[in-house]
Design a protein around this ligand. Structure first.
Ligand SMILES: [Zn+2]
Ligand SMILES: [Zn+2]
Length: 260
């Protein structure tokens, strides 16, 4: 299985997962033009060969480019009904897959297990994906890591986890108090510290590829997120570059392709 995050953050999210036979996209917060640009030359994937678009939640940074892409290329959209009901562009969306998004389902030869994440959207899902051999899980836009969330992430070879903000940058930054409280709440976004603590458990369970995702542009830097994870892991005897490969996803360009 191959995984590549194409964009990550509050200005747009998209992640490509390919089994070789089946390509799926998780979220589409990019314009079709930008998506095409970022897919160019990547894993020989053409937009026309995307078998499904799986949506985590209805927020616009995850759905901005969804309707146009799905309608133009007749790509089925997999989205929880509560998110659909609250999706700003739901009237225009033509190709909704009839799938119970609280249950595991399959697209081609990729098995997908949704799991609920705490966030201030109508509904939010993380996904565990398997090609029958290897597992990848993705969890962004979550206020905290519950036992249930952790149970879905452990044992996955590759994980993409939110590392949204540095607690101090958020606290002393310029955001209004209500927004700071929202982000820091259990229904907000995951801090670097919480992400790092979770990574220790994951690497001990066998995770060896990690992508830090959905970084705030105002309350974080790629360096801070990376160093926080690296240091916390080191304190537990886990060495970046040896025990795991750690990468930070960007708003502006794709990550390298993760092969598991
Ligand atoms: Zn988001
Ligand atoms: Zn969100």
């Amino acid at each position: 299985m191959k995984v590549c995050n194409l964009a990550s953050g509050s200005r747009g999210n998209a992640t490509l997962i390919s089994s070789g036979k089946t390509n799926v996209l998780v979220d589409n917060g990019l314009s079709t033009r930008e998506l095409n640009k970022r897919l160019d030359g990547l894993l020989n994937v053409d937009i026309k060969n995307i078998a499904g678009i799986i949506i985590t939640h209805e927020h616009s940074d995850h759905t901005k480019g969804l309707t146009k892409l799905s309608n133009q290329y007749h790509i089925p959209v997999y989205m929880h009904w509560q998110s659909v009901n609250n999706f700003w562009d739901r009237e225009e969306l033509k190709n909704l897959a009839e799938v119970d998004m609280d249950m595991p389902f399959e697209i081609g030869d990729i098995a997908i297990e949704p799991f609920r994440l705490p966030h201030d959207s109508a509904y939010n899902l993380g996904y565990k994906m398997s090609d029958g051999k290897n597992n990848f899980a993705l969890a962004t836009d979550l206020g905290w890591v519950s036992e249930n969330t952790l149970s879905k992430l452990v044992g996955c070879e590759a994980v993409m986890l939110e590392s949204n903000h540095d607690v101090k940058m958020l606290k002393y930054g310029s955001y209004p108090a209500y927004l700071k409280a929202r982000i820091a709440s259990n229904n907000g976004h995951l801090s670097n510290d919480e992400c790092a603590k979770t990574l220790v458990k994951l690497v001990r369970s066998g995770t060896s590829r990690v992508v830090l995702a959905h970084l705030s542009q105002d309350n974080n830097t790629p360096e801070l997120a990376f160093e926080c994870a690296k240091q916390t892991l080191e304190e537990s005897g886990i060495i970046e570059g040896k025990d795991l490969d750690l990468e930070v996803a960007s708003q502006f360009h794709p990550t390298k392709v993760i092969e598991i």
